[in-house]
Design a protein around this ligand. Structure first.
Ligand SMILES: [Zn+2]
Length: 324
């Protein structure tokens, strides 16, 4: 991928959007429900040609390509991806991942602001505030990524402020715990124009740490905060988080493999606030078809009127402020 010269910046979004729109329309014309994945961290060594065929095979129209900073500061890999394949990747800013984000969150938030502004990214990456070690890290013997950065600290203010000023959305990873809710609500209230995607709806890895969050709570948040969005990434219904031994995806009815009715109703009532996410990272690319199947199971649980919105229309509207 990085054999190709990086795309010029600011990105030529008008031309790119024309390609992306055509791709979505071509999929629809063949009867496929196209997906836009708003949240994936892809590697610099992604085999663009092989992955293009996989995306086509799974009906994934577009992936928001967020590059992984690897301790060397801002990573321009999304520019290479867009140059190599302008039909399939929406450039997203780097994710707030260790080590760069952890080492100096304020500096990383400022770098995000500068690059988003000068390069014209239509979406920022996923910033880890409260974050437990991910399952694939635990499997690889890495339990040290147990992050706890206050969302109402200086880096959080930097991101919320920039998003409110620019209208560019950013994504947060913020584990569901009673104690993490109040600081987030405070920030949403202080920055009502900040566009926040709270990643991984209903992913709860330690039930004992939450007595509040559920469909009623999320509904109240949505009604109180017009610029709050959620991504729908989840493991499959039987996925057990290895850190706790608990089923992590709480929106599933494990007996049917579909959403619990109360979650499906919530999403159907507010479909423009929810979007598909695959949460890919370079270590788990083999899981791509399985992850797509999980998101399609979520969509299949929704009434037909909500499916297209959640599959790709909500993401398009959030990123480009227009309907597709
Ligand atoms: Zn995440």
């Amino acid at each position: 991928m990085t054999d190709v010269a990086p795309a010029a910046v600011p990105f030529d979004l008008a031309t790119l959007k024309m390609h992306w729109r055509r791709r979505i329309e071509a999929m629809r014309a063949t009867g496929v429900l196209p997906l836009i994945d708003v949240e994936s961290n892809l590697g610099d060594d992604l085999d663009i040609q092989v992955f293009a065929r996989q995306m086509d095979g799974e009906g994934v129209a577009l992936i928001a390509f967020s590059a992984v900073p690897q301790g060397r500061g801002w990573n321009d890999a999304a520019r290479h991806a867009v140059a190599a394949d302008p039909w399939r990747y929406i450039p997203a800013g780097n994710g707030g991942l260790p080590p760069d984000w952890k080492r100096d969150p304020v500096e990383f938030a400022r770098a995000s602001r500068e690059h988003t502004r000068s390069d014209g990214y239509p979406l920022m990456g996923e910033y880890e505030f409260r974050h437990y070690p991910s399952p694939d890290q635990i499997q690889r013997g890495h339990r040290e990524r147990d992050e706890d950065l206050p969302i109402d600290g200086p880096a959080g203010h930097e991101l919320f402020r920039f998003s409110a000023e620019s209208g560019i959305s950013f994504q947060i990873h913020h584990e569901i715990e009673d104690q993490t809710l109040a600081p987030l609500e405070k920030m949403l209230t202080q920055y009502p124009k900040a566009k926040v995607i709270w990643c991984h709806l209903a992913q709860m890895r330690y039930q004992s740490r939450n007595t509040v969050y559920g469909p009623d709570y999320v509904r109240k948040l949505i009604e109180a905060h017009p610029n709050l969005y959620f991504d729908l990434f989840s493991g499959p219904p039987d996925h057990v988080y290895p850190g706790s031994g608990e089923y992590a995806g709480r929106y599933w009815d494990r007996s049917t493999g579909k959403l619990k009715p109360e979650w499906a109703t919530l999403i159907a009532d507010h479909p423009w606030r929810f979007m598909v996410a695959l949460d890919l990272n370079p270590f788990i690319m083999k899981a791509f078809p399985r992850k797509v199947a999980v998101q399609r199971a979520v969509l299949d649980s929704l009434p037909p009127s909500a499916r297209e919105i959640v599959a790709y229309k909500a993401a398009w509207k959030l990123l480009f402020n227009e309907e597709i």
